[in-house]
Design a protein around this ligand. Structure first.
Ligand code: PLP
Length: 814
């Protein structure tokens, strides 16, 4: 893009007092952290429920950004940059996108519906990319902000657009339609998701259909509810499983060997395609794609070949454990420029290692000349601090000299042949290649061979759980996430990085050591230490951790150490005991606390908190309310006498669910983010985060009368097939779970644990299960759940999760 700023100003009627006559804009941003921000960036300072772009302007100016769209000019910055002042920066962004969209005239496919939007978009991109320079929405950028940003990504070389649009309530589509202005409309599955924002299905469908107001054609699955709402002038191209008046009639689908053959009739002729999926959702999504290809007059033979190559979209951007302690980001399914940018952003957010390597194939469909493309890629590589590039393909080889530290190979086989001469260790490796390069093989050699017992952590589930609780918070309420005890056993650093990415406000740990190791690994979020020992105060100061101060003794000790270092305004958190009787100032301590704080400039009260003893127990409702009242009273006494306005917080996970009126300015989310709730209703909305997996070491059949394990505690009553699993009490599996109490899951069947759990192994009864040595075993996850195990063992899920020993490898994926 290159647009004169003065031409933009009238687009959203902004006012501006500085001279902008010659200012050229070549990039639009809303993200203060983006490495692409520069002198010709136009930064829109958006205001969201948890963030305000205006707060970053000062830093951005220091970093060289010169042009801002704002609702107000932050104090003291008046002449430091160009400010376009508007009433609403989001509306301005949307108006700009409408204007920008108007500059281009190629076909645009607009996709909406309840499910399948992202998959249909990604698949269409894959199916059409051999013939077009495509611009598409990155990831699932389909919202009020995501759609304009996607459209602003268009450049002069593109000749086809594919954008997805999501709405959650009425009046949203009106704003997005003119931004996308689709020429080909695709309505995917209309399902039941997001129904909360609509009065009824009728309203939901008619809102979605607004996207196609001026489209040349609408592609959809024939449906009476939709037909009733279609305007007379819209041309349709429909498909159906049962209505043979549809333009394309699906006459049958046959599932065999994990593939589905779809037979369809079109223009009186019959054709078959085969896709490598067997679930109904994939079949419907594939048919939506088929319809677009038919509408675009693709030849049946080409359709057939390309459809057979569809791939699972959710496999993109997986983080895997690599050889020699590397982290591996697997993005081996596409190589266009847009998705390269996203993958590099993701790589940048993984701050486990300084050292970063990019393995990259030739790039297709960038919309740029090869010259320009590889120069831009080289710039991205520098901006994202990548030390080494391994290029695979003839084109990237030709542009090798653009990169600083680069080796190239003409094809994947060449790279594999030379693999043993390359060094990969203690670094993050991004593997990014077009499908034709078969980078699965590159991933296979770099991936750590399967560990026998692993705790798999689903980072997407963690994000979803976070969002579930965020949605319960009133505007402006901050969120601290507890990552103590190694993220409740799930992995400290990886989870902290993800939370930093999601911009939570605080992290909480139990001891200084945990905080220090997070800081050492590059976590920048503020970290509160719940239980700081006086001996750790010095390192707390050194590492800029924020102590919870819970007694006069602790306060005095901390002040002594901080004063000796001549510290001013060091952030501390004051804990009040309101009934838990664990840590905290009591009512009688408060006057002296206030006296000390009044005269000290060494510390600054960042927050005041308390902790509830019974937030999960409805029977103790009155007690809990009493704690909240006492907290309100004592914390107000402190704030009013000191005339300060710190953050106040008392709720943990079950508090968030049961006492929404007591959110104050922040909540402390713990177990919920890890997918566990003590309320069965709420549990249904949370996603399982951790799956503890192992495999079968050996299988044998013993005759009736034989025994299994120490103490012969299992006696076979009949011939019994048993399997041995390499996980035991030293890994955190309670002995109480053995001897017929607990079970594991093998091939979706329950296998009872028989005999006593040993230190490193346990045995299960697989008499009724067809299984082999080496097969996967699930110790907990979807079934049995941690909640179920905790109940059987008379304990709580917290104990089960945090007992899993550190020798069990944690594997993270998205
Ligand atoms: C652990 C902890 C939390 C989080 O509790 P959950 O029940 O896991 O949500 C909150 N506050 C304090 C002080 C804690 O120790």
């Amino acid at each position: 893009m290159s647009i004169l700023l003065k031409n933009i100003i009238s687009v959203f009627s902004a006012s501006c007092t500085t001279d902008i006559n010659d200012v050229m804009i070549d990039h639009v941003s809303i993200d203060s952290r983006s490495s692409h921000n520069g002198a010709n960036t136009l930064f829109f300072s958006l205001i969201g429920p948890n963030n305000d772009g205006h707060l970053y302007i000062k830093d951005l100016i220091a970093g060289g950004v010169r042009n801002f769209v704002v609702t107000y000019i932050p104090d003291g910055l008046e002449n430091k940059a160009h400010f376009l002042v508007v009433d609403n920066t989001l509306v301005a962004l949307q108006k700009f996108a409408i204007y920008y969209r108007g500059l281009f005239h190629f076909p645009v496919i607009g996709i909406t519906g309840s499910n399948g939007k992202t998959i249909v978009k990604e698949w269409l991109n894959f199916l059409l990319s051999p013939d077009f320079n495509i611009i598409r929405s990155p990831k699932s950028f389909n919202s009020q902000v995501g759609v304009p940003l996607s459209v602003i990504g268009i450049n002069e070389m593109h000749n086809l657009g594919i954008f997805e649009v999501g709405i959650s309530t009425v009046a949203e589509m009106e704003k997005l339609e003119p931004i996308v202005k689709p020429t080909i409309g695709v309505l995917t599955n209309i399902g039941t998701s997001h129904d909360v924002g609509f009065e009824n299905t009728h309203q939901k469908i008619s809102e979605k259909l607004k996207l196609f107001k001026s489209a040349a054609v609408l592609i959809y699955k024939k449906d009476q509810k939709v037909d009733a709402l279609l305007s007379k002038n819209i041309k349709t191209f429909s498909w159906s499983f049962d209505d043979d008046t549809a333009a394309v009639f699906i006459s049958k689908t046959i599932i065999l060997n994990q593939k589905t053959t779809i037979s369809y009739r079109y223009n009186g002729k019959y054709f078959d395609i085969e896709i490598p999926f067997e679930d109904m959702a994939s079949v419907e999504n594939a048919i939506s794609c088929l319809m677009v290809l038919l509408y675009m007059n693709y030849d049946a033979a080409i359709i057939e070949t390309r459809m057979a190559m569809l791939y699972p979209v959710e496999m993109r951007l997986e983080v895997k454990n690599g050889i020699n302690n590397c982290n591996l980001i697997d993005d081996s399914y596409s190589s266009d420029f847009q998705s390269l940018k996203i993958a590099l952003d993701f790589l940048e957010s993984q701050n486990k290692f300084q050292k970063k390597t990019l393995i990259l194939s030739d790039i297709f469909q960038s919309g740029l000349t090869e010259e320009a493309l590889y120069s831009q890629v080289a710039k991205l590589v520098v901006a994202n601090h990548i030390q080494r590039v391994i290029g695979i393909g003839t084109t990237i080889s030709a542009f090798k000299d653009r990169f600083v530290n680069c080796i190239t190979y003409t094809d994947t086989a060449d790279f594999l042949a030379d693999f043993s001469n390359l060094d990969f260790s203690n670094e993050t490796i991004l593997v990014k290649g077009a499908r034709s390069f078969e980078f699965e093989e590159v991933v296979a050699v770099l991936e750590q061979k399967k560990h026998e017992t692993v705790l798999e952590i689903n980072l997407n589930a963690l994000s979803d759980n976070l969002n579930f609780f965020k949605a319960k918070l009133k505007p402006k309420v901050k969120i601290m996430v507890m990552v103590k005890a190694f993220g409740y056993g799930n992995g400290g650093l990886e989870i902290a990085s993800l939370l930093e990415h999601h911009q939570v406000d605080y992290l909480g740990v139990a001891f200084a050591d945990e905080g220090i190791s997070l800081k050492n690994d590059g976590i920048r979020l503020p970290i509160m230490v719940l239980n700081p020992e006086s001996t750790s105060f010095s390192s707390i100061i050194q590492y800029q951790l924020e102590p919870e101060i819970y007694s006069l003794r602790g306060l005095k000790n901390f002040l002594k150490i901080a004063e000796s270092k001549k510290i001013k305004n060091f952030p501390i958190h004051i804990k009040i005991d309101t009934g838990m009787h664990r840590l905290g100032f009591e009512r009688k301590d408060i006057p002296e606390l206030i006296q000390i704080l009044k005269v000290s400039h060494t510390v600054q009260v960042k927050s005041i908190l308390s902790h509830m003893a019974t937030s999960d127990d409805k029977k103790q409702y009155e007690f809990a309310k009493g704690q909240i009242r006492l907290f309100d009273e004592l914390s107000s006494q402190i704030t009013s006498e000191l005339q300060i306005n710190p953050i106040r917080h008392i709720l943990n996970t079950s508090g968030i669910s049961n006492f929404p009126e007591a959110q104050f300015n922040m909540v402390r989310l713990g177990i919920g983010i890890y997918g566990v709730s003590n309320d069965p209703q709420e549990q249904k909305f949370l996603e399982n985060v951790g799956t503890l997996k192992s495999l079968i070491s050996q299988i044998r059949t013993i005759p009736a009368g034989d025994s299994v394990g120490y103490g012969r505690r299992f006696m076979a009553e009949k011939e019994t097939k048993i399997a041995t699993i390499p996980i035991g009490y030293a890994d955190g599996i309670s002995r109480g779970w053995g001897n017929g109490v607990g079970y594991v899951t093998i091939k979706q069947h329950k296998a009872k644990i028989i005999g006593s759990v040993c230190m490193d192994m346990l045995m299960v009864d697989v008499s009724e299960i067809a299984c082999n040595e080496g097969d996967d075993v699930i110790i907990f996850g979807e079934s049995p759940t941690v909640v179920e195990i905790a109940e059987a063992l008379n304990t709580i899920p917290y104990e089960i999760l945090t007992s899993i020993s550190q020798r069990v490898k944690r594997v993270f994926y998205r």
